[in-house]
Each structure stands twice: as structure tokens, then as C-alpha cells.
Design a protein around this ligand. Structure first.
Ligand code: HEC
Length: 144
């Protein structure tokens, strides 16, 4: 048993040497960010911005492997997919595409379940989901 603990400890130390820099903050202009009613903004900020904006708040353990590997991938991929910090620069077609995907995404996989383990406060309540859904539907309607 002692040997196994030592092996696990050594593996844990070893993986810390695998490069793990998480995506840095990217400066962005306020006017490029998404415009939405205050209650919608508050939910997006709390539950989505860590992966879908240029400004991620990293807890200390997000720098420690293997959590850092997930974190790096999630933030990189999340920003590439849909970035609320550069939303105003998207053309209408792209905005529409994401607005139509948001209701589906929050029903199934967003925020990512692995993220919610350590970010309970980011969990969407039924009321939050309704606010986001109504907003996305209405905003999509306005674009069409
Ligand atoms: C922990 C990181 C993380 C958080 C937090 C997060 N997302 Fe995501 N999101 C991702 C990643 C990674 C992808 C791309 C991979 C995928 O589609 O599963 C993604 C993709 C999406 C997509 C595109 C789905 C598609 O099919 O193209 C939508 C829409 C989305 N997220 C909405 C949200 C909303 C709304 C929130 C907040 C309620 C949120 N996400 C919170 C990481 C995150």
C-alpha cells in the first residue's frame, strides 16, 4: 500500500512537468462585448464567461496538472467556438447560429459538468435557464 501511494505521488509530481499554461486574459474593447439586458449579462458572466470570454478567472488548482490540461482545452475551445468578448464583431449569420444553439446547449451540456464540480455557483437554476432561453429566442427573432 505504501509503495502504491509513493508511485501515485511520483506520477503526480511527474505530470507537473508537462506544459500546462492556461490561456491568458486577452485585452478587448468594451464595445466588442455582447450587449444584453443586465439580468442576462449577470448569468452569462457567472456561468459562461470563464470559457466563452477573453477574461477567465482561474482558481489556484486550475494551474495544477491534470486539472490544468482540462482547463486549457476548455477555455481554448470555448473561446474559439463562441466568444462573448468579441460578439459584436460577429456577422448576423454567426450570431444567429449561436443564439439558436444556446437554448439547446444549456439543456444538455453547458456549463460543462466537469466545470460544475468545482463551480457550484455557476450551475443554472431553472429560472436562469428560462431567462437565457427567452433572451436568446428573442434576440434571434430580432436578427431575422
Ligand atoms: C468550462 C468551460 C465552459 C463553460 C463554463 C461554458 N462552456 Fe459552452 N462550450 C465549452 C466548450 C469547450 C465548447 C465546445 C465544445 C462543445 O461544443 O462541447 C462549448 C460550446 C458551446 C456552444 C456551442 C455548441 C455547439 O454545438 O456548437 C454553446 C452555444 C455554448 N457552449 C454555450 C454556453 C453557455 C450559454 C454557457 C453558460 C451558461 C457555457 N457555454 C458555459 C466550454 C464551456
Amino acid at each position: 500500500m505504501k509503495k502504491l501511494t509513493l508511485i501515485i505521488l511520483l506520477i503526480f509530481i511527474g505530470i507537473q512537468f508537462v506544459p500546462m499554461d492556461v490561456p491568458a486574459d486577452v485585452p478587448s474593447k468594451a464595445e466588442d462585448a455582447i450587449q444584453a439586458p443586465e439580468n442576462v449579462q449577470a448569468i452569462l458572466k457567472r456561468s459562461c464567461f470563464d470559457c466563452h470570454s477573453n477574461h477567465t478567472t482561474y482558481p489556484w488548482y486550475s494551474h495544477v496538472a491534470p486539472v490544468s490540461w482540462f482547463t486549457k482545452g476548455h477555455v481554448k475551445e470555448g473561446r474559439e467556438k463562441m466568444n462573448f468578448s468579441t460578439w459584436a464583431g460577429y456577422d448576423d449569420e454567426k450570431k444567429l447560429k449561436y443564439l439558436e444553439k444556446i437554448p439547446k446547449a444549456i439543456k444538455s451540456k453547458m456549463p460543462l459538468p466537469t466545470y460544475l464540480i468545482m463551480h457550484q455557483d455557476a450551475k443554472l437554476s431553472d429560472a436562469d435557464k428560462k431567462v437565457l432561453e427567452d433572451w436568446a429566442t428573442e434576440a434571434a427573432f430580432d436578427l431575422e
